[in-house]
Write a protein that binds this ligand. Structure first.
Ligand SMILES: *Cc1c(COP(=O)(O)O)cnc(C)c1O
Length: 373
């Protein structure tokens, strides 16, 4: 049996006629840039999250950059973020001119360790960017409390956490602003790059909209210099088809995670992902931890099962951040995780039989190891 980490074609097959006619409609009307599909998506996505404003843009990386710039973050400022994420979270901080300040992660949930945030705050700190990594929300209560005490902005990086919840509030609706990615493999994925900023602050929303569109809200009326970062019509039309399915797909991810939990629960060789009480995990990824990560990964590959390591090196330890002079001792948990994490196949269309096959192969691998040890 061949089981990929993610199967985007399986999803397309289920909604093929809707997608095909949406694409045809965009082409027929030449609605390639801006237009009604884009507006409709912004309206529906903000409604789904319960937020007042959604400003679409080219991708999730631009969303981070745009919102930080429009919050006035730049040279001389510091922004705190997690040691464990995709590099987009931290590289955009540097792009604004600010300095990246990394904080280690929690042992259980892979998200920023809120006990360590305060010790990293200086008079230059302007914002905190928690990442709801793998779909599990960061401890937003503590983050908002610390931020308000020090007058800091909070930007939620929701790229992996569409419809995840913290104490019954959807993520993206808790901080001052949030950023989303609709990269094809994300929980809500376009057929190319796409992203959005979500906020309840009308002034910030308008600034972001202006900056993302060459500094103008009205054609040729350039109030400031901006950038060109747009959600295109084709991607918006595709996202509009997919959006009504997102809740169902999220529930399917949670179901698959439960099935993995049940089938792998007795295995002493692995640690399963947790969901903290009062949190809703969106399971962008199902990530286990094991000392035998590399051998297990190879064994699964030999048996047709795709896995991934998200991510092989913690951000502060990447060559890109060598200039900060960090050591693995400063990020003990993130460093420990980078060597033990393994993402198992996870997508809404993954059926029970496949999950059972994957679990069976994992159990078999560990049984073999016990024998030969
Ligand atoms: C995917 C991702 C981004 C960037 O989104 P793109 O749309 O690929 O630019 C940012 N942060 C995290 C945590 C991500 O997973």
């Amino acid at each position: 049996m061949q089981i990929p980490l993610v199967d985007l074609y399986a999803q397309y097959q289920q909604i093929k006629s809707e997608i095909d006619s949406a694409i045809e409609d965009v082409i027929r009307n030449s609605a390639f840039i801006r237009g009604e599909h884009v507006q409709h998506f912004e309206k529906k996505f903000s409604e789904l999250l319960g937020a007042n404003h959604c400003v679409s843009c080219g991708n999730g990386t631009d969303a981070l950059y745009i919102v930080m710039k429009m919050m006035g973050i730049g040279h001389g400022d510091e922004v705190i973020t997690t040691a464990h994420s995709w590099i987009a979270t931290s590289e955009t901080i540097t792009q604004t001119g600010a300095k990246v300040v990394f904080v280690d992660t929690e042992r259980d949930a892979f998200t920023i360790d809120t006990d360590q945030i305060e010790s990293k705050i200086t008079p230059r700190t302007k914002a905190i960017i928690p990442v709801h990594l793998y779909g599990h929300p960061a401890d937003m209560g503590t983050i908002m409390e610390v931020a308000s005490r020090y007058g800091l902005k909070v930007i939620e990086d929701c790229a992996q956490a569409h419809l995840a919840e913290y104490r019954n509030i959807k993520v993206g609706n808790i901080g001052d602003a949030a950023t989303f990615s609709f990269y094809p493999g994300k929980n809500l994925g376009a057929y190319g790059d796409a992203g959005a900023i979500v906020t309840n602050d009308p002034t910030l929303a308008e600034k972001c909209r202006k900056f993302a569109n060459h500094g103008s809200l009205i054609k040729h009326d350039h109030q400031i210099e901006g950038i060109n970062s747009r959600l295109d019509g084709l991607q918006a039309a595709i996202l509009n088809v997919k959006l009504p399915y997102l809740e169902k797909w999220t529930e399917q991810r949670i179901k698959i995670a439960k099935l993995y939990d049940n089938l792998l629960g007795d295995n002493d060789g692995i640690e399963l992902p947790i969901t903290k009480k009062g949190y809703k995990h969106a399971f962008h990824l199902y990530v286990i931890k094991t000392e035998k990560r590399d051998e297990l990964r190879k064994y699964l590959a030999d048996n047709g099962i795709g896995t991934a390591i998200q991510y092989p090196v913690a951000l502060p330890l990447l060559p890109a951040y060598k200039y900060l002079g960090h050591t693995s001792d400063q990020f003990k948990v993130a460093h420990d995780h980078q060597n033990r994490i393994l993402s198992l196949p996870m997508y809404p269309e993954l059926d029970k039989g496949k999950v059972e096959y994957i679990a069976e192969q994992i159990m078999r691998f560990f049984q073999a190891h016990e024998v030969y040890q």
